[in-house]
Write a protein that binds this ligand. Structure first.
Ligand code: SIN
Length: 328
């Protein structure tokens, strides 16, 4: 008898979200993260043998770094499991793009090496809504995860549409067709080596500061005084920064803090340099919006603290992750 098994199972990991939501008994709202993944799976038909695991059952607005660490470890185990041909993760839509970014950088290389897909899915309507979109999304995600089409990697399936994980953006707060695909730069190269997963108490502290009319620098001074390690600037337009914020951010960089520049617009790419010449030492975040850039900066900062034969700075890691030229 052969020791080799042919991968045939889809591992479905439940984390919560509206896909597992239920209407509240009083009032018109609903509560995310109520129905177990095992129950959601009884509502669909699939030809694939399913293994399921309930990792959490939360509203994804409460997503924690600790949960991301646990998810990363489970996904790596699933990718290495010879019986698993693909992984589906049910997730709240509100922070799905942060989890997709995390998985791209810590599991994307392994998923391509093992030739398997990791597919996030969720829903905009709760599971007991008459037009619930969850069952259709879950079925489509499982079918896509089990399809051998050479597209191994991190993905999301929403509205039956596959979107590469790093390009996933939630662009509408309530529409059932809420997700779109950001255009990744032509020269973006998938990082082939997975970055280390920070243990849950070792995630670097990174905050997002928004530039806006009447911006004031006190928050930056406060965060610096309390030990924040990195700041993502959610800048205006192409990542520009108010003249009241730029000097405080520059002082933060001089004191060893990490600053990257995204745009609060949430669409489009941010280049390395700014037309108005401010904040020249802050790297642009390319196609990553502020929430995704925050995850990337945390992973880059953590990776730079890990000793290795060829230690890199956080700037080297970050520039490689977002595909900035000149750092490969
Ligand atoms: C959540 O993100 O958990 C709630 C909202 C949603 O899933 O659409």
């Amino acid at each position: 008898m052969s020791n080799f098994s042919i991968p045939s199972d889809i591992l479905v990991i439940g984390t919560g979200g509206t896909i597992a939501g239920l209407k509240t008994v009083s009032g018109g709202g609903y509560q995310a993260g109520q129905v177990p993944i095992a129950t959601l799976l009884t509502q669909i038909n699939t030809k694939f043998p399913i293994k399921n695991m309930q990792l959490s059952n939360i509203d994804s607005c409460d997503l924690s770094e600790s949960l991301l660490s646990k998810l990363g470890v489970q996904v790596r185990m699933g990718l290495a499991d010879p019986e698993v041909m693909g992984i589906v993760i049910t997730h709240g839509t509100d922070t799905m793009e942060e989890t997709a970014t995390f998985l791209e950088f810590v599991c994307g290389g392994s998923s391509r090496k093992f030739g398997k897909k990791v597919v996030l899915t969720g829903a905009m309507l709760p599971s007991d809504h008459p037009e619930a979109d969850g069952p259709q999304n879950l079925s489509a995600a499982i079918e896509f995860a089990g399809k051998e089409d050479g597209r191994a990697g991190i993905w999301a399936v929403m509205g039956s549409k596959p979107i590469p994980g790093l390009a996933l953006v939630k662009g509408h707060s309530s529409d059932t067709n809420a997700f779109f695909e950001e255009t990744l730069p032509d020269d973006w190269i998938q990082v082939s080596n997975d970055l280390p997963i920070p243990p849950d108490n070792q995630w670097p502290w990174v905050e997002i500061i928004t530039s806006h009319s009447g911006a004031r620098p006190e928050t930056i001074t406060f965060l610096k005084g309390h030990g924040v390690q990195g700041i993502v600037l959610a800048g205006t337009g192409a990542g520009t920064v108010h003249h009241n914020l730029a000097p405080a951010l520059e002082r933060f960089i001089e004191a060893g803090g990490a600053v990257v520049r995204a745009s609060r617009i949430g669409r489009g790419c941010i280049s390395g340099t700014l037309a108005n010449g401010r904040l020249t030492k802050a790297l642009g975040t390319a196609c990553l919006n502020p929430a995704k850039a925050r995850i990337a900066l945390q992973l880059a900062l953590f990776a730079s603290t890990q000793s290795g034969a060829n230690p890199l700075s956080w700037q080297d890691y970050f520039a490689r992750m977002v595909g900035l030229p000149g750092f490969r």
